[in-house]
Design a protein around this ligand. Sequence first.
Ligand code: FAS
Ligand code: PHB
Length: 391
Amino acid sequence: MINEKIDVLIVGAGPSGLLLSQLLHLEGIDSIIVERSSKERVLSRIRAGVLERGTVNALRDAGCADRLDAQKILHDGVILSFDGEQFNVPIKMLTGYDVTIYGQTEITADLITACESRDQRIFWSCPDAVLADLKSDAPSAMFTQPDGEKVTVHAKLIAGCDGYYGVSRQSIPSKPSDNFERVYPFGWLGVMVDEPPVAHNVVYANHVDGFALASMRSHTRSRYYVQTAPGDTVEDWPIERFWTAFKTRLGALGDGVKTGEPLEMSIAPLRSFVTQKMQHGRLFLAGDAAHIVPPTGAKGLNLAVADVRRLARAMSAWKKGDSNGLERYATEALERIWKVERFSWYLTSMMHQFDEHKAFEKKMQRAEFDYVVSSEAAQTMIAENYVGLAF
Ligand code: FAS
Ligand code: PHB
């Protein structure tokens, strides 16, 4: 039993929960984190790699960006490829901003290091958290520690940072009309390999065989993806099949791909999802707990950080007696969330092969690419979304 009533209970020790605890600590707000998985499992996850300016600034504000600033790679453009024809969108020339390459895995490690340096209380490997009394002024969470000890934490506020499959959103009464979802008829098979990246910028490629993405983690470690059919598993994709598909879908650029044995291979499903119910009583959702974007456009992690910055600011004001930010949190967060959902849906729709598409839809995809190539206005729309809308 945790006898004292803490300020904030955070559910989930992914980037959202860890960053929130760090930002709250800097404001003198005490929190406890409960995490379903072990620390090792959390640290082993491979996910995002492209950071918007707002995300980098948030990590700097949190005092967790030293390794990022030492190791980062800056990109001044992003390459769109259509049936082997490439176009580099000059994002820095059009917006004045770069994007930063630095893996989410590293961000998680940096945030956990910061938590441990200040003895942040994190209950790892507690998969059964139950939230209660969310509409009261003393909401609580009950969970069981690995040694079997039952723990009850009473808090003044609860932050649901536990991702799409977490308990927090499930604890909010909602109607079907509160939630919006599009499940895409394909997945992404991701490969990490210790070989130099094929291009100096990230490449999004639409090819008649399917989508491919060429990214990186450093100048010697590449992160590559190909679109896969619904129901495909990693077992359906021996590495030789992956390399053949990846090189083909990149067109002439594919000739320069340095192949190798994968450090990791995994398939992620693609969906767009938003719940309008980001708040219920003293529970506030942030990150993937509230929304999911297809990874085309590299927005998932960045959108989560935007929520966390907004929620941390609102909780800091609440601590000083001003609850307006918390009352407006969901409304203001959703305004930006929908714009980011739009961009992720737009790039996913433009750059993937859809079985249901007929000749007309395929022509529309190609026309969109040709319009971007011919129009600085269209390039600027892509650029300002890719570097990150202000928050
Ligand atoms: P997360 O899902 O990262 O973290 C939630 C945490 O809560 C996890 O540690 C989980 O174990 C924990 N949790 C869950 N249920 C719980 C419970 N009941 N009790 C306690 N803890 C609980 N984004 C990109 O921009 N680019 C990408 O390439 C990309 N690839 C992705 C691949 C995969 C497989 C997934 C799932 C997501 C990917 N994303 C990508 C999106 C991803 O980066 C998220 O946006 C980011 O992890 C969001 O962070 P969190 O909101 O912290 O959610
Ligand atoms: C990555 O580097 O993992 C990455 C880059 C861009 C995306 C998605 C993932 O859109």
